[in-house]
Design a protein around this ligand. Structure first.
Ligand SMILES: [Zn+2]
Ligand SMILES: [Zn+2]
Length: 108
């Protein structure tokens, strides 16, 4: 990422236990907790995914939703759920569900 960085100071209240767990994990991975939160907020405000067919990454904001299946269409190859067979679609569905749980809502 090569954008001008200006940092803001934030005060927030987080569940003590979750914070301790996160701190421990972050220490193991040598990332500051603030970096984790920043990364999540970045993802939350503009989710980035990888196309399940061509593998190119794209932001959900640059993709169109397929009117038929309601999934994001890959801007590079145009694939959506309509082009997948049942087994693959099921796998992708549950992978995407992790994202949606994280984002507390549908990805679109
Ligand atoms: Zn693609
Ligand atoms: Zn579709």
């Amino acid at each position: 990422m090569s954008r001008a960085i200006s940092k803001a100071r934030v005060t927030m209240t987080i569940d003590e236990e979750i914070l301790q767990r996160a701190k421990k994990r972050a220490e193991e991975k040598h990332i500051p907790v603030s970096g984790l939160i920043e990364g999540f907020l970045d993802f939350f405000s503009n989710p980035k995914v990888y196309c399940f067919d061509c593998g190119k990454e794209f932001h959900s904001s640059e993709s169109e939703l397929c009117p038929k299946c309601g999934w994001m269409k890959c801007p590079s190859c145009g694939i959506c759920r309509c082009d997948l067979d049942e087994d693959v679609a099921k796998a992708v569905f549950y992978m995407r569900k992790v994202y949606e749980d994280l984002l507390v809502g549908r990805m679109e």
